[in-house]
Design a protein around this ligand. Structure first.
Ligand code: MLT
Length: 264
């Protein structure tokens, strides 16, 4: 589906009924990242999976920032007349979820922070992003996919699930170059969200995979420890894309979290 909001077109998929849940993809993904959740969580939630600005079918148009991505998502909620939603973000989607909490807390019913961290980029991470920007500009998204694929997936998935390996490569390789470069700059510029964590007072589930090579588990643990009342689930044999690599385990944990929410 396409919605025209704040002068950009937002592509999104929608399915299910229940508490609205906004599923925010990471970098450099698109909304198809959430296909297993659009199939497996729809009994409990009205799942909305948008493409972030510059990815999939959503217009590639500056400015790019975590705050801008969050504003775009609020525009989508407004357009659909949804007051509050569970915000589930994976990796960069988690950075956006934290921006959403900081800037629009009254729109957040609960948070699901997957394979993500609160800290800003280190100097070393910024240098790597500059190099990747260069790859994107000079060789395109196919080369970005080649460079990122190994880190993106856990070793179990890489050895046992060539279908997932191929589909993730295809997804990254099809990302618009402008969106990729814009998101890299946006991640480099994002603020440290660590001070935000103590302000979170909605139910929060933190999830990761024990084979995530991009976000060290210590970062995830310290983020979760700083969010009052939150819980942590570590999915075995899953890497950075835990929702795609072990969808049944991921959906089970998120379903239980959503079920508790509806009882509150
Ligand atoms: C992502 O999956 O969104 C990225 O790996 C996040 C990052 O590079 O910081």
């Amino acid at each position: 589906m396409l919605a025209l909001l704040n002068h950009i077109e937002i592509g999104y998929d929608e399915g299910g009924t229940g508490v609205p849940a906004l599923l925010v993809h990471g970098f450099p993904h698109d909304r198809t990242l959430w296909t297993p959740q659009l199939q497996g969580l729809t009994a409990q939630a009205r799942c909305l999976a948008p493409d972030l600005r510059g990815f999939g079918e959503t217009t590639a148009s500056p400015p790019y920032s975590m705050d801008q991505y969050a504003d775009d998502l609020v525009g989508l909620l407004d357009g659909l007349h949804i007051e509050r939603a569970v915000i589930a973000g994976l990796s960069m989607g988690g950075y956006v979820a934290l921006a959403m909490w900081r800037n629009h807390p009254h729109r957040v019913r609960a948070l699901v922070l997957c394979n993500t961290r609160a800290a800003a980029d280190t100097d070393e991470a910024r240098e790597k992003r500059r190099n990747l920007m260069n790859v994107a500009r000079t060789q395109g998204s196919g080369a970005v996919a080649d460079a990122m694929l190994t880190g993106m997936l856990g070793k179990t998935t890489r050895s046992k699930r060539p279908d997932i390996v191929n589909s993730v490569h295809r997804m990254i390789a099809s990302a618009p170059t402008e969106g990729v470069v814009g998101a890299l700059q946006a991640m480099m510029d994002r603020p440290d969200s660590t001070p935000t964590l103590a302000t979170i007072d909605v139910p929060t589930l933190v999830l990761t995979g024990d084979e995530d090579a991009i976000i060290p588990i210590e970062d995830v643990r310290s983020m979760q420890a700083a969010i009052r009342g939150s819980s942590l689930e570590v999915i075995a044999s899953a890497g950075h894309l835990s929702n795609l690599e072990r969808p049944a385990a991921f959906n089970h944990v998120v379903s239980e979290f959503l079920a508790k929410l509806t009882l509150e």
